[in-house]
Design a protein around this ligand. Structure first.
Ligand SMILES: [Zn+2]
Length: 344
């Protein structure tokens, strides 16, 4: 172990009342950066069963002393341990390293989840799970397709800087950590990607064959539902109460053509899935229609179809049986990861 110097102190986690020093460094990497954190033992033991275990094991060892505290080695990336300790010492909130509403990079949230599980810090794990569930929610009302199509961070309620391809990682994490509630929306988001990107993800091991198969098999169902949710609604014609019937019918016909273009990738730009077209449809209706009855009629029918599609996601992706998800986990998770999951 190299000599300890003051510039190895963490600026963030160096508490005067601390009675133990953690030295974080990635083992087996000879020149990797080391960092020191001075923290109160009792607080750490209370909030993290993983670090409590490390503290207990260190009792049997002869430890170096620094700043009047025993120095305990942790085989960890210093930035990751800093995140864990900062959340334990300062909590989550305005003046901490993590708050509840600033949008964070996807990679940070993934690290929060891994670290929260590894060291059994519920606060960290739950916050990462909460953030991911806002992007890949269980209920349709919380699903916002703009999170994936609009790169700006200014979307209200956006908590993770997420892209469609991040859905692959979310699927993996959902299997690994039993966050099965993320799966239907994550599969759906991944299924909006062009087929070539799915194949690329398979070839580069971003997604295992079992998930790839699920998504590909769902393509046809989603296409069929898309026709049902958008095109059929428009084909059905004007509202019963419409007084400008013929004019509204011809306008609806032109809308059908626009809707079909969108779903069959004739139009430029990314393809939009049947759950993602509400905004487009609504703005088209507002542009084209003076007839409020027809607007309300079409949107109400679209919403009914959209809601029915959302309810079918589990079936479409073969998740209706909870044993399926458990079985998947067995296939996904390596022995090493399982050992880590015992912390869960
Ligand atoms: Zn009308």
């Amino acid at each position: 172990m190299s000599a300890i110097t003051q510039n190895m102190h963490s600026n963030l986690v160096w508490l005067e009342q601390g009675d133990v020093v953690f030295r974080a460094q990635v083992a087996n990497k000879p020149f990797s950066r080391a960092q020191l954190f001075k923290v109160p033992k009792d607080v750490i033991s209370k909030e993290s069963l993983g670090l409590k275990k490390i503290l207990n094991e260190s009792r049997k060892q002869r430890l170096q002393v620094y700043a009047d505290c025993p120095v305990i080695l942790v085989d960890e990336d210093p930035d990751n341990l800093e995140l864990v300790l900062a959340v334990i010492c300062y909590g989550i909130g305005k003046n901490s390293v993590v708050d509840y509403d600033t949008c964070l990079p996807f990679s940070t949230v993934v690290t929060m989840l891994h670290m929260g599980v590894k060291y059994r810090v519920d606060l960290l794990r739950n916050e990462a799970g909460r953030r991911l569930s806002k992007c890949f929610p269980s209920i349709l009302e919380e699903y916002n397709p703009r999170l994936f199509s609009d790169p700006s961070r200014n979307i209200r309620g956006k908590l993770v800087d997420v892209s469609r391809t991040d859905a692959f990682e979310v699927i993996r994490l959902a299997h690994q950590y039993r966050l099965h509630f993320l799966l239907p929306a994550a599969y759906y988001v991944a299924a909006q990607l062009p087929m070539r990107e799915l194949f690329l993800a398979l070839e580069t091991n971003q997604i295992p064959m079992i998930d790839f198969k699920r998504i590909v098999c769902a393509y046809t169902s989603l296409q069929r539902l898309s026709v049902h949710v958008v095109e059929e609604v428009l084909w059905q014609g004007p509202a019963k109460t419409c007084i400008t019937h013929e004019m509204c019918r011809s306008k609806l016909n032109s809308l059908v053509s626009l809707a079909i273009r969108d779903s069959y990738e004739i139009s430029p730009g990314p393809k939009k899935g049947c759950l993602d077209r509400r905004d487009v449809l609504e703005s088209l209706m507002l542009q084209v229609y003076d007839c409020a009855d027809c607007r309300a009629h079409v949107m109400a029918q679209h919403d009914t179809g959209r809601s029915a599609t959302w309810d079918q996601l589990k079936t479409i992706f073969g998740l209706e049986d909870s044993r399926t998800a458990e079985g998947d986990m067995e296939k996904h998770v390596s022995e090493r990861e399982k050992a880590c999951m015992n912390y869960v």
